[in-house]
Write a protein that binds this ligand. Sequence first.
Ligand code: GDP
Length: 194
Amino acid sequence: MIIKKAELAATAVAASQYPKEGYPEAAFVGRSNVGKSSLINSLLNRKSLARISSVPGKTRTINFYNINDEYYFVDLPGYGYAKVSKEEKKKWAGIIEGYLFNRNELKIIFLLVDIRHEPTEDDKLMLEWIKSSNHKFAVIATKSDKLSKNQMIKNINIIKKSLMLSDEDFLIPFSSQTKQNREEILDLIESIKL
Ligand code: GDP
């Protein structure tokens, strides 16, 4: 995929605010600080289109990036930030649920987990949600540059077990520093148009 255009097209908390062009959508979700903004920026070859968060858990909206007038990349608000109130958690769940379960344009959802750590309970719940929405999904294990090759293989197996992924499920190590598997992820996104 050649990125000719990448721009923030909509910021939404409710379905009425989602874009209406009908382009297929690839959504990204994960714990705050997992490297979601860095992944999106790397995929798009942009330095700071998606905001690299200095304050974890700050983004509370769904951000739609228009890619080449062909796709939307959808940046979902992060979770797992300790210092949020029950009210805010509820709000977050409503925003995610509204999108995940009612959006026809959504064609693939990427769940990001940190390759260094075992997935959290929140990660597991998120994956259950994703599975129950019946959308195609892939798990991306971020920050792979932080581990040696051996440790990476070890941790990928731990993540696979912990999330109960099958051999058919996608589990892709990624680094925004080395760009490991950037092309593979873009290819996967291109395949949603077929
Ligand atoms: P977000 O909150 O999920 O959007 O996470 P960010 O993209 O803002 O990244 C959180 C922190 O992790 C930042 O300090 C990034 O520089 C760092 N980070 C993100 N991706 C990588 C990566 O692939 N490798 C390394 N070494 N650091 C990363």
